[in-house]
Design a protein around this ligand. Structure first.
Ligand code: NAD
Ligand code: ZN
Length: 379
């Protein structure tokens, strides 16, 4: 079969690989019909995730048709069209039982933090991902969810990650009616977080990024304010000034590790001096939230510390909430929101690219060319 093949930082290509096989009675084999590239894949692509091995196939945002099931699979059957959550979750461990599917203990027993994730390095279990024609789906009674007849496949594929992640970012923020919410990052996750902030009762939603076409998109799509942080003196002062110097009620970090690089390029010489490996958006979030406010982090970071201003966290009495999204927990309510027209995620898909052109698709998404918000690979 054809599959994306990682060759080293910023080098991916399409290759032939052996077909995946059922290795356990609860496995299924899914023929992929759509597979997105995620901002999280860019951390892998740029070589920033430990133990990302040459030869691995990325892809944790895919839907497809069930081709084969193991002897113990009873929740899905051959021919079903399924949404496959990015978390690989056993459904039975102490964490899955609490709805913490992103922290499953069985799917990645050697790791202390994250559970298994499709196509996300050996730190996330070493599973091959879905940027391929076929993929093995472990614990197939737990994650895969049959796509409702009425649902557009582009909406379905965004339910594997971006929609639940953006929603959970807003949910973790504990947004109260009337709150001012600031979202850092206008990638697909930040866009969805901004959109979902209204569902929790936000009175004002402000987004920061430095890519103008994304700012324009989020302004229209999420009906929010959106500012280029390169064009304002200091986002923290900006937020303070616009909130009677109190700060935002809730700040969301939808950037993650990328912030270090962009900060080095954009704010050198200004008063916030950061070292490589630190997290600009997270600094801004902590410094612009009000005393007693909540900072919700869904941006992905490496395992080491990111030099966050922990003193400010303590002295301001900030609550930090963070996690990988628990896709399975959120799917029922998000499917309802799409059905009722409250959420329209497919509008974020700007590029439909044949799987064979995976290298080009990574380049466009990574370099933010051609007004790219979200590319989907079609095998
Ligand atoms: P993306 O790369 O498309 O978007 C990130 C955006 O942040 C870009 O538009 C970039 O210009 C902007 N940015 C960079 N530095 C910034 C700064 N200092 N302030 C504000 N904006 C800045 O990625 P995405 O797909 O939207 O994902 C966003 C983050 O969420 C990534 O870190 C990704 O790994 C993470 N993620 C987490 C989960 C989860 O379950 N927790 C799931 C999916 C993605
Ligand atoms: Zn993703």
């Amino acid at each position: 079969m054809l599959a994306m093949n990682y060759r080293g930082p910023q080098r991916v290509r399409i290759d032939h690989k052996p077909m995946p096989e059922i290795l356990h009675p609860e496995d299924a084999i899914v023929r992929v019909t759509r597979s997105c590239i995620c901002g999280s894949d860019l951390h892998l692509y740029n070589g920033n995730v430990p133990d990302t091995r040459v030869g691995s196939t990325f892809g944790h945002e895919f839907i497809g048709v069930v081709e084969e099931v193991g002897a113990d699979v009873h929740m899905i059957k051959v021919g079903d069209q399924v949404i496959v959550p990015f978390n690989i979750a056993c459904g039975k461990c102490v964490f899955c039982k609490q709805g913490l599917y992103g922290n499953c203990h069985e799917s990645n027993p050697e790791a202390t933090a994250v559970g298994g994730i499709f196509g996300y390095s050996h730190t996330a279990g070493g599973y091959d991902g879905g940027q391929a024609e076929y993929v093995r789906v472990p614990y197939a009674n737990v994650g895969p969810t049959v796509i409702p007849d009425w649902m557009h496949p582009d909406d379905a594929v965004l339910l594997t990650d971006v929609v639940p992640t953006g929603y959970q970012a807003a949910e973790m923020g504990g947004i109260q009616p009337g709150d001012t919410v600031v979202v850092f990052g206008a990638g697909p996750v930040g866009i969805m977080a901004a959109r979902c902030a209204w569902l929790f009762g936000a009175a004002r939603v402000i987004v920061f990024d430095h890519v103008d076409y994304r700012l324009e998109f989020v302004r229209n799509y999420a009906h929010c304010e959106a500012y280029n942080f390169k064009e304002i003196d200091d986002p923290v002062v900006f937020v303070k000034r616009t909130t009677d110097w109190l700060g935002a009620d809730v700040c969301i970090d939808a950037v993650g590790a990328e912030a270090a690089g962009s900060a080095m390029q954009t704010i050198t010489g200004r008063k916030l001096l950061l070292q490589a490996g630190s997290a600009t958006a997270l600094h801004w979030a902590i410094n612009s939230v009000k005393k007693g406010g909540i900072v919700s982090i869904v941006g992905v970071y490496g395992p080491t510390g990111n030099l966050i201003p922990i003193g400010n966290v303590v002295n301001k009495g900030i609550t930090i909430r963070a996690n990988q999204a628990s896709v399975k927990r959120l799917l029922p309510r998000l499917i309802e929101h799409i059905k009722n027209g409250i959420l329209d995620p497919k509008a974020m898909i700007t590029h439909r690219v044949p799987l064979e052109e995976v290298s080009e698709a990574y380049h466009i998404f990574s370099a933010k060319l051609d007004n790219c918000i979200k590319p989907v690979l079609i095998p």
